[in-house]
Design a protein. Structure first.
Length: 390
């Protein structure tokens, strides 16, 4: 609860009038002082009334690509039974405030407001809670309360269509590694027949032995597995334009494009951040949500000046071998850190490095290291489709 400047002035006047009136026996001044004190008391009681409001929000849709339209529908209902609500309300949408008219909202009735959610930038836009300000008729006291929960709108990076997808690698018995564009089917196990299984997969010899139909389970042992590594260190994206690292935004869009292309081809794909997020927001349901929420962070320095998070990420990639195709996306500030990335060539047969926002071409370094320099994600998509050999 806050007393306005008018309320402070009237309260001071009440104290002065009462003091002077009683001290010097001026009943008129004392009466004025009592009237001022009563007005302030009435204002406190009037503003302290808490209206019973219920707030519902519906995001349409709650997940969009950057630049696509999104809207929020806000429904406010007066759940009280005695009096209408005349309030000043504002809904918080990201960093802006949206006015919500609540004039003569009768008991049992509701009002609906629909407004656009800004999607110009990638990120998670929190919408809400509704802030309702209650004022007395004289404008002496103002009391603000919050109603409803905050609802996030996920603004994903833009996706640029990619026609090309990496190929997998299958090892032959003689030790050679062959390119396998669509994987290979290998027997894995037997299980009981269920309605809908193809009869050509029935293993008749085993079925005759056990007395019931058994079918073969096959797995794709050499299906291409793609690992997308996004460099989210501050040092990798040093340049800012209006507070935004455009090279990092382009890297996020490139990561989303590779993920979408892999999902389209039913290929296993995973997303890894160089510097893991410490406070990932609730409600993340997939890699696109992670890309919407990811922010630049300090990777941490060791005594020798190397990035601690980069070394940790490279060690994990080397030890776990999460796939056979590694896509490393970074900015101009990490061009000197590509040596440890190139050292993963032995663990990952296909290795692609995307550098965004560099003023000049990046040297390939180790033999066979494929580096794609691009100003933005659209240029990266064009270069990606031009890769002839993974």
């Amino acid at each position: 609860m806050g007393i306005t400047a008018r309320g402070v002035g009237l309260l001071v006047a009440a104290v002065v009038l009462l003091g002077v009136g009683f001290r010097y026996a001026y009943p008129e001044l004392a009466v004025l002082g009592v009237a001022a004190a009563v007005a302030v008391g009435y204002a406190l009681v009037s503003a302290a009334w808490r209206p019973r409001l219920t707030v519902e929000r519906v995001a349409d849709p709650d997940r969009v690509a950057r630049g696509e339209p999104a809207a929020m529908t806000l429904t406010v209902r007066n759940a009280g039974r005695l009096r209408a609500a005349n309030l000043v309300a504002e809904d918080r949408c990201g960093g802006a405030l949206v006015p919500v008219p609540l004039l003569r909202l009768r008991p049992g009735h509701d009002t609906e407001v629909r407004y656009d959610v800004p999607t110009r930038r990638r990120g998670v836009v929190p919408v809400g809670p509704l802030r309702v300000t209650r004022r007395d008729p004289l404008g002496l006291v103002a009391l603000a309360r919050s109603y409803g929960d905050s609802v996030p709108v996920w603004v994903h990076p833009r996706i640029h269509p990619l026609a090309a997808v990496p190929t997998g690698s299958g090892r032959s018995l003689d030790g050679r590694t062959d390119s396998v564009p669509h994987g290979s089917i290998t027997f894995d196990s037997l299980r009981e027949y269920v309605v809908g299984d193809e009869l050509r997969r029935v293993h008749w010899r085993t079925s005759a032995r056990v007395g019931e139909l058994m079918v073969r389970e096959n797995v794709d042992t050499s299906l291409p597995r793609i690992v997308v590594v996004l460099d989210n260190r501050v040092s990798a994206h040093p340049h800012r334009l209006a507070g935004v690292a455009e090279s990092f935004e382009s890297a996020c869009e490139a990561a989303a494009s590779v993920l979408a292309a892999a999902v389209r081809e039913d290929l296993p794909v995973s997303l890894l951040l160089v510097a893991p997020a410490h406070d990932e927001p609730a409600g993340v349901t997939g890699p696109l949500d992670r890309l919407a929420a990811v922010e630049l962070t300090d990777g941490g320095k060791l005594t020798d000046g190397r990035e601690d998070s980069l070394r940790t990420a490279m060690t994990r990639l080397r030890q776990e071998r999460l796939g056979d195709t590694l896509v490393f996306l970074t900015g101009p500030g990490a061009r000197a850190d590509l040596g440890p990335v190139g050292a993963l060539r032995g663990a990952y047969p296909s290795l692609v490095i995307g550098v965004f926002g560099a003023a000049e071409p990046t040297p390939p370094g180790a033999a066979g290291l494929l580096v794609v320099d691009a100003a933005d994600a659209a240029e990266f998509a064009a270069e990606w489709d031009g890769i002839r050999r993974w």
